[in-house]
Design a protein around this ligand. Sequence first.
Ligand code: KG4
Ligand code: ZN
Length: 333
Amino acid sequence: MILGIETSCDETAAALVDKGRVYSNVIASQIGVHAKFGGIVPEVASRKHVEAIGYTIKEAVESSGKILPDVEAVAVTSAYGLVGSLMVGVAAAKSLAYALNVPLVGIHHIEGHIFANILSNPDMPVPHICLTVSGGHTMLIYVSDLCRYETLGNTLDDAAGEAFDKIAKFLGLGFPGGPVIDTLSAKGDRAAFNLPRPMHGSRNPDFSFSGLKTAVVNKFKTDDRNTLPLADIAASFQEAIVDVLVSKTVRAAEQRGVLTISVTGGVSSNKRLRESFSEVCRKKGIEVFFPSREFCTDNAAMVAAAGAARIERGDRAGLDLNAVPNAPLNSAK
Ligand code: KG4
Ligand code: ZN
């Protein structure tokens, strides 16, 4: 029975997971607090984590039908994210592991997202190519085996979710932008405007979305936003991002000779992204997997699932475990 804790960005989350079964998955979202700033304010996020962490863990235990002494290990996101936010979860996890006298394991946030899909689809084969797309990251990873990763590509500037959020802010659609653009796009014409597909044809597996964002801003000046159909702009912008994500991920799978693709992270709940991946992969004979919606955005069940795999491998962290904002994927202990 693993207690997972996740506080890398703006969700305070705790979950109890045992052998792939999720007993509880509690998320205290701060979205309402950050929405008025149009994005996440790191200092505010850390303070909100401090307020919420105790209650969130308590609720995760109580709603699981278990009691704290049932917890056999604690897994916490210790790497990759906002340092002040990570520190809150790491401090809580160390305290609990010490008090309960159980093993502690630190998880890289991206490894958590990879395990979100393994938790949803336990039979998903390895090796596979994993695309992790969210507000903070756009990463293409070759997963050669459980807990064995090779990072193939990364974003050179904005993450895909960040581009969704910034364009939604520009269009006056609110925060977070991804879900709003997703819904609005369903009513729009995705071929209405011809927008750039950055690094689309390039063999370089990295991504870049800031040029697309600038192209949208330049094309639709402030006064245009009131006259042009917003749904068409949203759908055309979304299509450009989806085209780039799908084509580069499928190319990576082909180059590695892999027949399985895993798509995870907040943006993986996007309906058009799922539809396009499914269409292209069907034609290519590649199987594509997505997490169930509750595990797409940041959550602690995915951290507990990654923790279970790490504990099984014998990985343990000491009470000197620290928050590392920019650690590479393989380094979590
Ligand atoms: O994984 P996540 O909760 O947090 C990070 O680790 O960043 O992802 C949040 C991001 C936000 O940028 C949000 O706009 C985006 O995921 N997102 C979506 C959708 N739902 C959430 N983007 C596109 N379409 C969606 N349906
Ligand atoms: Zn995330």
